[in-house]
Write a protein of this length. Structure first.
Ligand SMILES: [Fe+2]
Length: 253
């Protein structure tokens, strides 16, 4: 029997996008939900997204923003991202309050995220298998992932770019394919890298939340889901987070 698994990534504390995606996932009868990282950072609802992930996801890989909140904000972060990571840390890190036990569990969840995961012939990471800061946008970057492969994966699923896409390895050549939602892609003898796109902050010009329905027969499809962007943006405008983090959601940029 073909196993159906939801793969989500880059939720970025966007509760409205995550809730809409969870409704779509429910309709698609999956047995597991894998998350490729950046659960938090940028958006206004980190604690709510952590609780939802703890209840529903099989694992969450440590994204660069999860790491920035839970550990140290890297120097390569731009000011908007660094300030958002600091804002998020203030809300997630435990304090001596009535909710200390709950916060401790949320903080532990962020700090114990794995760097990579495998499932059958699938390999999963945030940016690349060796770094959650490196991107795979271009064919030469995908070729480096194929060349470095030590796990004999058939499909490598990645987050981080916020742009859905597909790379196929055909002998020594790597081809990039722009992808569309609703089309079923099937992997043959070649290997593939799938950029799964972003739930909470898409950057491909389509503001709808994005997730991937993967199947154990080697096929997968991209799903796009509308959500209440106005509500998320309004919440951002009412905080100290940079207003551009709300504005960009409308354009999917
Ligand atoms: Fe991200």
């Amino acid at each position: 029997m073909v196993e159906r698994i939801a793969i989500v990534s880059d939720i970025h504390s966007n509760l409205e996008a995550l809730t809409a995606v969870m409704r779509d996932i429910d309709r698609n009868r999956v047995s597991k939900i894998f998350c490729l990282g950046d659960l938090i950072g940028y958006g206004p609802n980190p604690n709510e997204c952590i609780d939802l992930a703890k209840r529903n996801f099989d694992f969450v890989i440590k994204g660069n923003h999860d790491q920035a909140v839970g550990w140290k904000i890297p120097k390569v972060f731009k000011e908007t991202a660094a300030k958002a990571a600091y804002w998020t840390r203030k809300r997630v890190k435990p304090k001596l309050t009535k909710n200390a036990a709950t916060q401790q569990k949320r903080w532990g969840f962020i700090r114990k995220m794995p760097k990579t995961q495998e499932h059958g012939t699938w390999y999963m990471a945030h940016g690349t298998p060796w770094s959650n800061l490196d991107y795979v946008y271009e064919e030469f970057e995908a070729a480096q992932v194929f060349d470095a492969d030590r796990s004999n994966f058939r499909v490598c699923f990645l987050g981080h770019t916020h742009i859905p896409g597909l790379f196929l390895q055909d002998g020594d050549v790597v081809h990039y394919t722009d992808v569309e939602d609703g089309i079923r892609y099937k992997i043959g003898a070649e290997k593939a890298i799938v950029n799964v796109g972003s739930v909470g902050q898409p950057r491909d010009g389509d503001p709808r939340a994005c997730w991937v329905l993967g199947r154990s027969d080697g096929s997968f499809s991209f799903r796009r889901v509308e959500y209440e962007i106005e509500k998320t943006a309004e919440k951002i405008y009412r905080t100290d987070l940079c207003p551009s983090l709300g504005e960009r959601l409308f354009d999917g940029e």
